[in-house]
Design a protein around this ligand. Structure first.
Ligand code: PHE
Length: 369
């Protein structure tokens, strides 16, 4: 009678051992959560589970051996549950790691930001509009360099030696290295960042023979920094050389310019002033377009400071000495020149209170133009 009982116990023990190897392999090999749950059901499932089949042998186990065998079965069940839970957790960890290591961007999604179309900076818009005015008046547009020799920027323009404009306070001097120079022994090459566009006058007049009518626009540099001055700003220079050119021609061109900019009938006045490279020299005021005496608002106009006039440029008849420096016969030819700041015109045009706004490049400002 003990033989079948002993057999049953052995059979259960062997069954559990075989089942143990199988479920461990099945759990480890489960590719996803569903496969894992299926494998667990194959072992512990109430109806079809393999453990149920092993448990069927319990009938043949003698009563006194049952608690011990039952305890073994429970331990086995617990082992299966623990292995199931830990593999489940492992799978969740793997999924999370895969998620974390995956590329954070889905490059196939359409962008959320609409890319706006850019446009020219207000200073460049103004520059182009001004150049168009002079082109229409018959001037040719020529470019000049921003890094210039002292001769082209000052000396040939008849700036006296030690003129305050050449002072360290005003001019950015450039150290010039020649190839092979020891950087520690920088030579004073008398090269600078041009302080005005008048260098273009010198360059063009030295290369051409009259007649010529030229405008040039570009960046200029000065050691200046306040509400209306920036260390870098833009100028436009214009000049004309021919026989019998007079101040009347200059005023005529400037009047056409003012009218093209601010409309027909815009008043223009020349005030005597000094620039070393012109004689006579003048500053040009344009009637303030922001106020008028008729509506009585002039008394509060901030732009013209209630004078009714806004200073916009410097001009004059090219000094004979400057013509001579450029190889032009000053007995035969005369010429006029004028120069002005593009930012100043842009500020007047759009009512911009500070030059800084033009260079901060805050899109909220730039987008308004
Ligand atoms: N170059 C002068 C300046 O920067 C302006 C100017 C140009 C004056 C031409 C007279 C003639 O202030």
């Amino acid at each position: 009678m003990t033989a079948p009982a002993a057999d049953a116990v052995t059979a259960i023990e062997e069954g559990l051992a075989a089942l143990g190897t199988r479920y461990r392999d099945a759990f480890a090999g489960a590719a996803d959560e569903q496969a894992l749950r299926d494998a667990q059901a194959a072992v512990l499932g109430k109806k079809k589970g393999e453990l149920t089949r092993v448990m069927a042998l319990m009938r043949d186990v003698p009563k006194e051996a049952r608690p011990e065998v039952g305890a073994k079965v429970n331990t086995f069940k617990q082992g299966v549950q623990e292995a199931f839970q830990s593999r489940l957790q492992e799978m969740a960890r793997e999924a999370r790691n895969a998620d974390l290591n995956a590329s954070p961007f889905d490059l196939s999604l359409p962008g959320r930001l609409e890319l706006g179309r850019g446009h020219l900076h207000p200073v460049h818009q103004t520059r182009d509009d001004l150049l168009t005015i002079f082109r229409d008046l018959g001037f040719e547009v020529v470019a000049g360099p921003e890094v210039e020799t002292e001769a082209n920027n000052f000396t040939k323009l008849a700036f006296p030696p030690d003129h305050p404009a050449t002072d360290m306070q005003d001019t950015f001097w450039v150290d010039v290295l020649e190839s092979g120079d020891d950087p520690r022994s920088v030579r004073d090459g008398k090269v600078l960042l041009r302080t005005h566009t008048s260098n273009t006058q010198i360059r063009v007049m030295s290369q051409r023979t009259p007649p010529m009518a030229v405008v040039s626009a570009g960046a200029v540099y000065r050691r200046d920094d306040d509400l209306t001055h920036s260390p870098m700003f833009h100028q436009i220079e214009g000049f004309l050389v021919d026989e019998n050119v007079s101040l009347a021609h200059l005023k005529g061109v400037l009047t056409s310019f003012a009218e093209a900019l601010y409309g027909p009938g815009t008043p223009v006045r020349l005030r005597p002033s000094y620039f070393p490279f012109v004689e006579p020299g003048a500053e040009v005021d344009i009637g303030c377009v922001f106020c008028s005496e008729s509506d009585g608002s002039r008394s509060s106009c901030k732009v013209c400071k209630t004078t009714g006039w806004v200073e916009v440029l410097g001009c004059g008849m090219i000094h004979p000495e400057v013509l001579t420096h450029c190889g032009i016969d000053s007995e035969k030819y005369t010429g006029y020149a004028f120069g002005f700041g593009v930012e100043r015109i842009a500020m007047l045009r759009y009512g911009i209170p500070s030059i800084k706004l033009l260079f901060e490049n805050d899109p909220r400002f730039i987008e308004q133009f």
